[in-house]
Write a protein that binds this ligand. Structure first.
Ligand code: ATP
Ligand code: MG
Length: 244
């Protein structure tokens, strides 16, 4: 009984916080919109401000999921074109780069429809891209993101290696030329709270959450890395079945 009351209070508290955070985000969007109006009227480029608004909307979408998470309610999913989501995440990271990192996108998978929660996948990609940038901090580097369809004939072998059900997947590959990861750590980095960035406080939850979200979508994330040379993270997601 007491436990039940505790859960209800936690839920109400979570809902209250979401409500207040969304209030503040709506204000931020309101201010951004008036700034956009002024910029448009004076012929200034408001592209970056539109992106800031989009990021704010995505943050709102994510925090709104928190009470549902506490109540174990699944988020509604829909068919989304993942290449567009990948491009948007890369643009967001590229816009805030402070180091001289080059970015490349090869979004080559023509079949890119996945049945998914877009906000969650966006967040996962953002985590992987942010890590890649962090790994190249303070030096030149290249961040490449590519999508490809896993050919049917490879499906069985790759799926077995990845612990996935045999079917068609899209693979999103995020490669950096950063510090790399020692072979003894390539699995540990996915543990909750494992962090190694020395000069800032990471939560160590980025990869844990990203893998959990991708696994909830029937996929997986694996990494290949060479210490001192760089890393590639491969995000596998099932391609949605075409409607009958
Ligand atoms: N691209 C990468 N190159 C090298 N090491 C990486 C890379 N991505 C992740 N790591 C290692 O994995 C660790 C865990 O990453 P994770 O995203 O889970 O947490 P974090 O980045 O440390 O913290 P937070 O995500 O909260 O900022 C990192 O601290 C780092 O040691
Ligand atoms: Mg991280």
């Amino acid at each position: 009984m007491e436990n039940q009351q505790g859960t209800n209070e936690t839920l109400l508290y979570a809902k209250g916080i979401v409500h207040d955070v969304n209030n503040l985000l709506m204000r931020a969007i309101g201010y951004a919109q008036s700034a956009i109006n002024v910029m448009d009227a004076t012929g200034l480029d408001s592209k970056d401000l539109h992106k800031a608004m989009r990021a704010t909307e995505r943050a709102g979408g994510l925090v709104s999921q928190f009470p549902d998470f506490l109540e174990h309610v699944d988020q509604p999913r829909k068919n989304i074109a993942i290449n567009g989501v990948v491009q948007e995440a890369l643009d967001m990271v590229a816009a805030s780069l402070s180091s001289p990192v080059k970015t490349h996108a090869h979004l080559d998978s023509p079949n890119d429809i996945v049945y998914a929660d877009e906000n969650q996948l966006f967040e996962s990609l953002l985590n992987l891209l942010t890590n890649a940038v962090e790994a190249m901090k303070g030096k030149d580097g290249t961040l490449t993101i590519a999508t490809r369809e896993i050919p049917v004939e490879l499906e069985g072998v790759e799926a077995m290696y990845l612990g996935l059900k045999p079917r068609d997947y899209i693979c999103i590959e995020i490669t950096d030329t950063g510090c790399g990861i020692s072979p003894s750590l390539t699995e540990r980095i996915f543990d909750p709270c494992y962090t190694s960035w020395e000069d800032r406080q990471g939560s160590g939850l980025g990869l844990y959450m990203a893998r959990k979200i991708v696994a909830n979508h029937g996929g997986n994330i694996v990494v290949e890395s060479k210490e001192g040379a760089g890393s590639s993270f491969y995000v596998y997601l099932p391609i949605a079945q075409a409607a009958a």
